[in-house]
Write a protein that binds this ligand. Structure first.
Ligand code: ATP
Length: 677
């Protein structure tokens, strides 16, 4: 903002009011952005340029913003350039008269086709000066390239690129030092990079959104005659309005015209969630244990749902008699003449993949349900056994142009949220209210359309049982969601703490359980203050006769078990660890209390990992340096092994074997854990 305020003089070449925005001016902005890594400066370059567009040629604001975010249209419009590197190289070669072999060699050396294009043009001075490119012209040219289909499409795409490239300027000096050309304002460079899908500016879409808000606020302040720069509060207010509007209606095609018409006043009113424009879905945060869920939601009501293992689907629908208003925004027609579409997690149109769902939509709604947006999971369904099939089955379905009569893998839609109903967005209502509306507006049909199985119990035992049931029902685990109050509203595009996921893989992991000795404990927090909340476990090393620590565990215990363990273990507390306990010496890793080694517990784990904090198997040669031991990820208590003595616990060697086995499997299959961790 400092830059924005101090820099009132426009650094960009002017153009006459009403004239199309010169593409060269946008490229100048790009090169200024390319020369910095500072987000504030990038934002300020963007917003200064957008201000100028607003002042001189507001009609070009939409294509300017789209070119800035390297898109030709919103994701759901399905516009794809469909151009590979080889086509671009061919086009560069044909425009500049250089051979493909030379261009390939350059690409190998430079690694940026944009710069290869600049170099190629610099070598081949143009004979005549072409008509300057404009932002709207480049946008249209690229759109034409994307929409070419049919016979000879590839060559026509190459021709389209050549047309743009031969109109692009080469390089100001006619000569180019590639090594130093980070900021060269070459049009050819940015056209080629756009075609490749990477402008290489470090400019995130979020930054452009913020810049657009700033530009709009500044423009409104200027045009209202005060001539002053807007206050920081005004800028922040504009940003927050635009961000919130965009998260409900991620479509510049709708928002920009509305903003140009009325500015920020009524933008929220005029640009609301609407059928046909997919929202970025709400996402969940991962958790490692039910106790973590309980800690998070302490004092608040939550609900658990099965986490179905299929494909996310946002279903948009408008009945025939209400469809007039949404004509053109919702792509497909239903069998009864209404409009409908199914969008993926990434807002791609899946309607051609699921015609079987679209054809039945209107049989799942009550008569007075006229329009809706649903959040669902589509899951492969076994018609004979009447149950959910594994995710892999769903993946065998064709992705495009599916014909209903050819569908072999049937799907069942499991609906878990409702975002829009009968002309009104309901995202701000509580989850409890949305769920009630969902249940009142639809009629479930087994194997076709069902509500996600849910349970509102708040106790650890109930959640554990529900989790086990979900796994038996072939689900991935549970989703736990805030149920009441404003925090339980639907938060588009956010990975929110109000939705937590518990995956079975984290809990039941490597299959084999381990039998481990309890060496210490940590005092409980929250609901567990009167008992121990977590424990330090160890395996046994018979050759050194030591107990080697392996993990802390806080999952898998019911309240009553925790109480029982507390009374059992309190009687064997010792004031310092025994000399034959092999544990980390770091202060922060000491348990609150140490125990005699007496009890053996059966424990399951998601997988094993190396950790400097634990000692299990540290002398077994799994870690070259010998500094790390093996540790359990997401261990879960199964039961006390009354029948085992401590020296009958799983040995350090066994643990090392398990680790090696897992590593060799992982190498052949790739990692099996969530990338969120
Ligand atoms: P992953 O699907 O691998 O867990 P993700 O990043 O795709 O990760 P998350 O937010 O982590 O998504 O998990 C939520 C996903 O689980 C949703 O995208 C949805 O596809 C799926 N899902 C299945 N059942 C439900 C449910 N009852 N509520 C919400 N999401 C569900």
């Amino acid at each position: 903002q400092t830059t924005l305020k101090s820099n009132t003089k426009d650094p960009y070449p002017d153009w006459k009011p009403g004239e199309p925005v010169p593409y060269a001016a946008l490229c100048t902005t790009f090169s200024l952005i390319e020369m910095t890594t500072k987000r504030l400066i990038m934002t300020s370059h963007c917003s200064l340029f957008l201000r100028q567009v607003l002042r001189l040629t507001p009609d070009d604001l939409l294509p300017t913003v789209l070119l800035m975010i390297n898109k030709l249209a919103a994701d759901y419009a399905g516009v794809e350039l469909g151009i590979g590197e080889s086509l671009i190289m061919k086009a560069i070669g044909e425009t500049t008269g250089r051979s493909l072999a030379v261009i390939k060699q350059d690409q190998k050396e430079i690694g940026d086709l944009g710069l290869v294009a600049v170099k190629s043009r610099a070598n081949q001075p143009t004979m005549f000066k072409p008509k300057p490119l404009t932002v709207r012209g480049v946008h249209k040219g690229l759109l034409d390239i994307a929409t070419v289909t049919g016979n000879g499409a590839q060559q026509r795409k190459v021709d389209g690129i050549k047309k743009l490239l031969s109109a692009a300027d080469g390089h100001a000096s006619g000569k180019v030092d590639i090594a130093k050309d980070k900021g060269g304002a070459s049009e050819a460079k940015y056209i080629v990079r756009f075609l490749e899908g990477k402008l290489r500016l470090g400019l995130a879409e979020k930054t452009v959104l913020v810049a657009l808000a700033q530009a709009m606020v500044c423009h409104e302040t200027e045009t209202k005659g005060s001539g002053k720069v807007p206050s920081t509060e005004k800028l922040a207010e504009g940003e927050s309005i635009l961000k919130s509007v965009y998260s409900s209606l991620p479509s510049y095609e709708v928002i920009i015209p509305a903003m140009l018409k009325d500015g920020f006043s009524n933008l929220k009113e005029n640009c609301k969630l609407q059928p046909g424009v997919p929202l970025k879905p709400m996402l969940a945060k991962p958790t490692k244990a039910i106790t973590e869920v309980l800690d998070r939601f302490e004092g608040q009501t939550f609900t658990c749902e099965y986490k179905y293992d299929g494909e996310r689907a946002q279903i948009h629908y408008v009945a025939k008699d209400s469809s007039q208003q949404y004509q053109g925004t919702v792509p497909s027609k239903t069998s009864t003449g209404g409009l409908a579409a199914i969008f993926s997690r990434n807002s791609e149109d899946l309607s051609k993949k699921y015609p079987d769902i679209l054809s039945k939509l209107n049989t799942w709604v009550k008569p007075d349900t006229k329009s809706f947006v649903l959040d669902c999971e589509t899951v492969a369904w076994d018609l004979v056994e009447k149950k959910v099939l594994p995710f892999q089955q769903l993946m065998t379905r064709k992705k495009k142009d599916v014909k209903i009569e050819d569908v072999k893998i049937k799907v069942c839609v499991f609906a878990f949220d409702l975002l829009f109903l009968n002309g009104e967005a309901v995202v701000e209502k509580s989850l409890r209210e949305r769920r009630e509306l969902l249940h009142s507006a639809f009629v479930p049909v087994e194997g076709e359309f069902q509500f996600a199985t849910s349970m509102n119990g708040q106790e650890i035992d109930e959640i554990q049982t529900f989790l086990d049931e979900s796994v038996k029902a072939s689900c991935e685990g549970l989703m736990v969601k805030m149920l009441d109050g404003s925090e339980s509203g639907y938060e588009p595009s956010k990975r929110s703490r109000n939705w937590l996921k518990i995956k079975k893989d984290y809990l039941s992991g490597i299959g084999d359980s381990l039998d481990l000795v309890v060496l210490g404990a940590y005092y409980g927090r929250g609901k567990r203050t009167s008992v121990y909340g977590a424990f330090l476990l160890a395996c046994y090393n018979p050759s050194t006769e030591t107990y080697e620590t392996i993990c802390n565990i806080g999952t898998g215990f019911s309240e009553s078990v925790l109480e029982e363990l507390h009374s059992q273990l309190s009687s064997i507390v010792i004031d310092r660890p025994k000399p034959f306990y092999s544990h980390s010496s770091g202060n922060q890793h000491q348990p609150d209390v140490w125990f005699e080694c007496k009890y053996v517990w059966e424990v399951k784990t998601a997988d094993l990992t190396l950790s400097p904090r634990y000692k299990a198997g540290w002398k077994e040669g799994v870690d070259g340096s010998g500094e790390k031991g093996i540790s359990l990820r997401f261990p879960r208590f199964i039961k006390v092994r009354e029948d085992k003595k401590p020296d009958m616990a799983t040995s350090a060697r066994q643990v090392a074997e398990m680790y090696r086995k897992q590593e060799s499997v992982a190498k052949s299959k790739g990692p099996a854990v969530d990338d969120d961790f």
